[in-house]
Design a protein. Structure first.
Ligand code: SF4
Length: 290
């Protein structure tokens, strides 16, 4: 199997993303999000390390690329804390940019602004995951990730540099962060054009972490998942009516603020007003001569 692999090789019934390739420069992630889905299938997930032994293979695979869209990354953050000193994701980006790939970054870190020089030479978008605009609440939910206030500042820098910014309000956890009015207002004010949202799905060990950190809230919502919830392709989702109501509220505020909106893996694509991954914002750029 190639390292630069298809984003959705299983053709999940929940995924509505346009075709693209993906690569995770790191195995694991140290942001420590309570709701992380990947900790359930990668051992020692917080012990994050770069896939340095794969550089030669990536270089070889990249020679066959002709401007494809590549997402960094789908199951770990491409900017964990150690990226500040290792510059490993930057090396991968350099290789992909030299092939004039279209780059989609998904991250929770302000470190991405270091790579504005590369990202502004190719068609690119940056999606920040921001679940709350309250730094204290984020410290509980995502204890080792940079605070949302730093992500919002970084988003402003990217927008100023002409790189479209998308924000994933993901996951929305009932009774915890399901009314993100002030966050949406701030994002509209700084020039974010597209919001993606999705509800929390208990999986593997993440439910245990959520219960330990927020016992009262999790006790109140448990039956919506485990008694009334919908099971789709190995996922436990809130009942459709409830998740449509929660996501519908977020959508309404987003549209009131003039941004486009999409849901991610919810089975309700009729709520989308644009591409689900924000790729409609990808700027066209002349091929850069490297
Ligand atoms: S940033 Fe993503 S991959 Fe990293 S711990 Fe959080 S949810 Fe998991």
């Amino acid at each position: 199997m190639p390292l630069l692999s298809s984003f959705d090789p299983w053709h999940s019934s929940l995924c509505t993303c346009p075709p693209k390739l993906t690569f995770n420069p790191y195995t694991g992630c140290d942001h420590g999000c309570l709701y992380c889905y990947a900790t359930g299938y990668v051992q020692n997930f917080q012990n994050c390390h770069p896939k340095k032994d794969q550089l030669v293979t990536i270089q070889r695979e990249a020679t066959k690329l002709k401007g494809e869209t590549v997402l960094l990354s789908s199951s770990s953050d491409p900017y964990p804390t150690v990226e500040a000193v290792l510059h490993w994701t930057r090396k991968i980006l350099q290789i992909l940019c030299e092939r004039n790939c279209k780059i989609e970054i998904t991250t929770k870190s302000h470190l991405v602004i270091r790579d504005i020089d590369l990202l502004s030479k190719v068609p690119s978008t940056v999606a920040f995951t921001i679940t709350t605009d309250d730094d204290a609440q984020a410290k509980l939910l995502e204890p080792h990730a940079p605070p949302p206030s730093m992500r919002i500042e970084a988003a402003q820098d990217l927008i100023k540099a002409g790189i479209p910014v998308i924000v994933r309000i993901d996951p929305i956890i009932p009774l915890v962060n399901d009314m993100p009015y002030t966050l949406i207002e701030k994002l509209a004010d700084i020039g974010v054009k597209h919001i993606i949202s999705s509800t929390y799905k208990p999986k593997g060990d993440n439910w245990q972490r959520m219960k330990a950190a927020m016992p009262k809230e999790m006790e109140k919502i448990a039956h919506f998942y485990f008694k009334e919830g919908e099971r789709v392709g190995g996922n436990i989702l809130l009942p459709q009516e409830l998740r449509q109501k929660i996501i519908g509220n977020v959508r309404e505020i987003v549209l009131e603020h003039g941004m486009s909106f999409a849901v991610c893996r919810e089975g309700i694509p009729k709520l989308n007003t644009a591409t689900c991954d924000g790729s409609h914002l990808m700027p066209k750029r002349e091929a850069y001569k490297w």
